[in-house]
Each structure stands twice: as C-alpha cells, then as structure tokens.
Design a protein around this ligand. Sequence first.
Ligand SMILES: Nc1ncnc2c1ncn2[C@@H]1O[C@H](COP(=O)(O)OP(=O)(O)O)[C@@H](O)[C@H]1O
Ligand SMILES: CC(=O)N[C@@H](CCC(=O)OP(=O)(O)O)C(=O)O
Length: 241
Amino acid sequence: MIIIKIGGNAIHQLTEDFFKQIQIWLDQEKQIIIVHGGGQLITATSQFFNLPVQKIDGIRKTSPAEMLLTQGLLSNVIQPYFAQLFQQHGINCQPLNFNGYTLLQGQYLDQSQYGQVGQVTSIKTQLLAQSPTNSVILINSLVQTPQGQLLNVNADQAAQALAVLTQAQELILLTDVPGILVDQEVQTQLTPALAQQFMQEGQITGGMIPKIKAALASLKDGVHQITITDQLNHPGTTITH
Ligand SMILES: Nc1ncnc2c1ncn2[C@@H]1O[C@H](COP(=O)(O)OP(=O)(O)O)[C@@H](O)[C@H]1O
Ligand SMILES: CC(=O)N[C@@H](CCC(=O)OP(=O)(O)O)C(=O)O
C-alpha cells in the first residue's frame, strides 16, 4: 500500500513521469490511494465570495458556509478533474468519496476552535476491499461523522491517518516545493528532533507544519518510508529516526 497526498498547489505540476511511475506500481500489484488537496482553490473561491479565510497552523477554520463551499469544490470540481487526468493518462481510477460515498469516517477536531473541521477515526475497509485491482483509489479529505455530518480535514492529516490505518508501506506528500527547505537548502533527511527544532525556530511555517506533523505521527505509528517532495522521481526530504 502506498499513500500519495497531492497538494492543491502540486496539482498543476504532475508530469508524464508521475503517471508512468503510478502505472509501474500498479503493474507490480501495489495498492495506491491518492488523497488530493485543493486548499489554494478553496482560499481563492472564499475570497471571491468575501468569506473570511483563517488558518491556524495550516488548518482552515471552517464555518458552515465555508464547509458547503469546500465540499462542493473538493467533491465536484477537484476530484472529477483528477479522475479525468488519470483517465487521460490511461490509468484506471476509482473515486471513493465522491458526494457522500465516503471512505473516511471521523469526528470533530475541536469545534470551538476550528468549526466544521474533523479528524479521521476509521476507514470503511469494505470499500477498499471492493475496489478493483490495477486501479488507483482517489479520495478527498472530507470525513463523515456517525451522524452523517461531513467535516473538512486537512489533507496531510487525512493522508497520515490513512497511512497508519492501512499500515501503508510508504507515505508520499507531493507539494510545490522540492522538500523541507532550511536556509534555501533541501534537507534530504530530517529526524523528529530536528523537525521540532526547525518548527520552534520558525524555519518551518504555514502549510508545511501539517505536513511535518503528519510525517512525524506516521513515523511514530509504524510507517517506515515518508517523503516530502515535488516529484515522485525527486528525492525530496525523507523523515526518519
Ligand atoms: N521550511 C519550509 N520548507 C519548504 N516549504 C515551506 C517551509 N516553511 C513553509 N513552507 C511553505 O509550505 C508550502 C507548502 O504547503 P502548502 O502550501 O499547504 O502546500 P500543499 O497545497 O501542497 O499542501 C510551501 O509552498 C512553502 O511556502
Ligand atoms: C481543515 C483543512 O485545513 N482542510 C483543507 C482541505 C484541503 C487541503 O488540505 O488542501 P491542500 O493540501 O492543498 O492544502 C482546506 O480546507 O484547505
């Protein structure tokens, strides 16, 4: 099992090599789940509609109006766009939480602080078992509570939870930078202690914070290979003990 999270900013930089690598892994009978983001489009659309945009350490504070917009964009705009991209490259793709058909189940993270924001608590494993082989599973980061309420989850956190719950071999966070940069240099390897230090010193900020936290939590919970990079064939930053 390989979990690949593709950030909203990384959507536009997927290369032919990316799709070739995915097909190679599928041919090797690896199961691949892609978790896509879309934060950039959510922010731009919110601003267009004069909805306040507030992020706390990279997590979007989500009002009920913002939740509707987020759900619409992730499920009806970004996910179909991704599905089409895969199909155009000849890769079978199974969207698994498209309009209420959710793989991820969850609960509120902290409603008083973040509003309609969730965290993943479990996955519907029977949906995974039913999905066809030789096909990429494509999901967004919305979760459904036991009461049926949809909540917004940061896509890095969703990918981390999924990696841990599926005991994935590898978690790859694809973003718009070639790795963790410190003094403009990519850190090829980062230990948890160094990562904490760089966050405390303010060398790692904004959207990189949920990525680092997701990487550290995955490492602690048994995911052995965790990479933050901009391309599958670039080494990026490996998070390791
Ligand atoms: N130390 C750092 N190294 C690299 N990027 C960083 C660092 N600190 C903050 N960032 C920011 O994190 C961004 C990636 O997070 P984000 O914009 O949320 O991407 P994504 O949409 O892929 O999740 C980078 O574009 C960069 O602006
Ligand atoms: C709660 C929360 O922060 N949800 C994220 C979900 C999308 C996301 O994480 O997209 P990127 O990976 O492109 O940043 C958001 O609303 O932006």
